[in-house]
Design a protein around this ligand. Sequence first.
Ligand SMILES: Cc1cc2ncn([C@H]3O[C@H](COP(=O)(O)O)[C@@H](O)[C@H]3O)c2cc1C
Ligand SMILES: O=C(O)c1cccnc1
Length: 349
Amino acid sequence: MDKLRQTIEAIRPLDEAAMKETERRLGRLTKPPGSLGRLESLAVQLAGIAGATVDRPPRKAVVVMAADHGVCEEGVSAFPQEVTGQMVLNFLAGGAAINVLARQAGAEVVCVDIGVKSEVAHESLLVRKVRAGTANLARGAAMTRDEAARAVEVGIGLAEELAARGIGLLATGEMGIGNTTPSAAMLAVFGELDPAEAVGRGTGLDDEGLRRKYETVKRAIETNRPNRDDVLDVIAKVGGLEIAGLAGLILGAAARGVPVVIDGFISTVAAIAAVRFAPIAREYLIPSHLSEERGHRLALRELGLEPMLNLEMRLGEGTGAALAFPVIDAACNVLSQMATFDSAGISEG
Ligand SMILES: Cc1cc2ncn([C@H]3O[C@H](COP(=O)(O)O)[C@@H](O)[C@H]3O)c2cc1C
Ligand SMILES: O=C(O)c1cccnc1
C-alpha cells in the first residue's frame, strides 16, 4: 500500500515550459500553423511528459497482463477459460496478433502472468501471480482488498523496471477470458451507468449470452455493493487481476514520466481506475483506437479522451495501441526531420 501511495504522490503535472518550446518549434516548420493536427498535440504532450522536446521515436513496449476470471462459470464468454493460458504460450511463441503488430511497430511484447489459473512455464514469461484467477464476482468479491493492492503494485513495479531499461513509451495489453465482464461492472460502477450500457458481446456472445452477461454484472454489483469512491474496493469486488495490474502500470509509468498508450475496452477501464487513484495520471494517457465493444465509447468519454483510430477492432491484447505507435513516432520525426521556414527559404503567411 505504501508503494501505491508513494507512486500516486510522485506523479507531476506536465512541464509547461517544455510544451511551449515544442509549440514554438512546431510553429517554425514548413506547414500552415496547426495543420498537422493531432500529431502536433501529441508532440506537445510528449514534451510535457518528458520535460523536453521529444524529436526521436522512443523505445516502446506493450505489456500484456494475463489473468483468469472465476465469473467464467456463469457462461459470460464465447470461449473456454483455458484459452487464457494457451494464448500466453502463443504470445511467448510470437504467434498472436499483438506479436505481429508490435513487431511491425518496432516494439517489444512483455507478457506477465498476474493471475492465470494454470501454471504456465516459459523462460520469457514474467510470473507475478497474485492468485490463480479471481473468484466468481457474481457470488462475492472477486479478490481481497490486499490482493487488489498487490496486483496494482505488480503493475507499478513493472513500469519502474521497464522505465529503468530505457523504455520511453508503454502500451497496455491484456489477455483474460471473461475479462469484459469485470470491465463492464467497473465501468458501470465508476460511471454510475445502467449495466446495459457497459455490457457488450466480448469475444462474440449471442443474444442469449449477452442477456446472461448483463444479469451477471447486475447481480455482481447488487451482491458486492462496491463503493465507487474507493478504487481498491471496486477493483477487489468486481474487478480483475490484469485490470488492476494495468491500472498500476499506468500509475507507475506516470510517476516515471513515461506516456502510456491505452488499448481497447478493458485497458480503458483500467485507465479509469488509474485516474480515480491519481487524476493527473490522465495527462500521461494517449488513446489509440475505438473498440467495437459496447461501452468503450462511454469509457473513453469518462476520461475525456478521443480515439485516434477506428478500425472496427475488438480484440484487446494491446493491438489497437500498437497500431497507434507509428502515429506517435511520426509526431517525433516531424520535429527533427522537417525543414523550417528559415532553413528552406519559404515565405511565411
Ligand atoms: C483466441 C483469443 C485471443 C484473444 N486475445 C484477446 N482476447 C480478448 O478476449 C477476451 C475478452 O472477451 P470475453 O470477455 O468475451 O472473454 C480477453 O482475453 C481479451 O483480451 C482474445 C480472446 C480469444 C478467444
Ligand atoms: O476492446 C477490447 O479490448 C476487447 C473487446 C472485446 C474482446 N476483447 C477485448
